[in-house]
Design a protein around this ligand. Structure first.
Ligand code: KG4
Ligand code: ZN
Length: 338
């Protein structure tokens, strides 16, 4: 059993967790959403400062919740990339400092590897190979998980991430930030067939479209045009129907690609991660499509889908079990392929 203290500060959540292999002993997540809401999105400099102010309290809280002393910790981990540079630096520097002070091994973790490992927290018996559909505010990826540290990205967004598209359309509809949850709520009361919208296909030079890549900027523009047209016609904007039609289009698009990818690569399990994994439309589309193809879909607990440190700790424990550690000279990177 390897017990890890893990830190995640890649964006706007200050998170610290204690994880024993695939078991969560404590998971503290301090969200900055209310601070960023007034700006309509995450302000990087504000995020860094908030992390600095909060991180030590989160470390103390995580140790206290888990009722663990430093002697019982086998290693310290932090997200090293990708993410906001200043935000990442706070978590990584804290982890390195704790590793030096308490003389523990240190390991830096890729944020997307963390999102993949979230599924092991909900199903500790899960084994690779499987396909991970990772849909967050920053990423929309289809990742073939072959083993710990062995990943192949088979599909990606060419422009906006799925969550980013939800947030941008929500802003267009004056629904505030973050837009995903409120869009989801309104969509459930709207007609998903009200307005036909593009499904985010990426055209190929020889015709047809890329089977696994997606593009959501065209969809966002289509919603903008629709809103402008409806505004010209006057009357109240049918926000629920617009949200439902948009959600339908994103859900169909992601489901189609994930199912095709799993079948083409002979993978029987699809796991889903990232904030958009909470979306009711995506969940029902994916569950229905997978059932007709005899595929298993694993929906991890919502608290492990959105950014948290338990997923980072779970990945770190597996790396430490395999003897992998990082040098204390490891730096952060805003962009880095998995
Ligand atoms: O994974 P996450 O917490 O942070 C990133 O790593 O980006 O994802 C946040 C994103 C936001 O864009 C948010 O609007 C979206 O996930 N989101 C949703 C829902 N809940 C959160 N999008 C659609 N439907 C939801 N229910
Ligand atoms: Zn994330």
């Amino acid at each position: 059993m390897t017990t890890v203290l893990a830190i995640e500060t890649s964006c706007d959540e200050t998170a610290v967790a204690i994880v024993k292999n695939r078991e969560v002993c404590s998971s503290v997540v301090s969200s900055q959403i209310s601070v960023h809401q007034q700006y309509g999105g995450v302000v990087p400099e504000v995020a860094s400062r908030q992390h600095v102010e909060t991180i030590n309290f989160c470390v103390e809280q995580a140790l206290q919740d888990a009722q663990v002393e430093w002697e019982a910790i086998d290693g310290i981990a932090a997200t090293a990339a990708p993410g906001l540079v200043g935000a990442l630096l706070v978590g990584l520097t804290t982890a390195k400092t704790l590793a030096i002070v308490h003389q523990k091994p240190f390991v830096g973790i890729h944020h997307l590897e963390g999102h993949i490992y979230a599924s092991y927290l909900s199903d500790p018996a899960l084994q690779p190979p499987f396909l991970c559909l990772l849909v967050s505010g920053g990423h929309t990826s289809l990742i073939y998980v072959k083993d710990c540290g062995v990943y192949e990205t088979l599909g990606e967004t060419r422009d906006d991430a799925a969550g980013e598209a939800f947030d941008k359309v929500a802003r267009l509809l004056n629904l505030g930030y973050p837009g995903g949850p409120v869009m989801d709520r309104l969509a459930q009361e709207g007609n998903p067939q009200a307005y036909p919208l593009p499904e985010g296909n990426v055209g190929l030079p020889g015709g047809g479209y890329h089977p696994y890549d997606s593009s959501f900027s065209g969809l966002k523009t289509a919603v903008l045009r629709l809103v402008q047209k409806l505004q010209q016609q006057g009357g109240l904007l049918p926000v629920k129907d617009i949200a439902a039609s948009f959600q339908e289009s994103v859900s169909r698009s992601l489901t189609k690609r994930a199912i095709a990818c799993a079948i083409d690569y002979g993978l029987e399990t699809i796991v889903i991660g990232g904030g958009v994994a909470a979306n009711s439309g995506l969940r029902s589309h994916l569950a229905a499509a997978a059932a007709t193809r005899n595929l298993r879909v694993l929906f991890p607990d919502l608290k492990f889908c959105t950014d948290n440190a338990a997923m980072i700790g779970c990945a770190a424990a597996e790396h430490l079990n395999r003897g992998h550690t990082s040098r204390l000279t490891l730096g952060v990177q805003s962009r880095l392929a998995i």
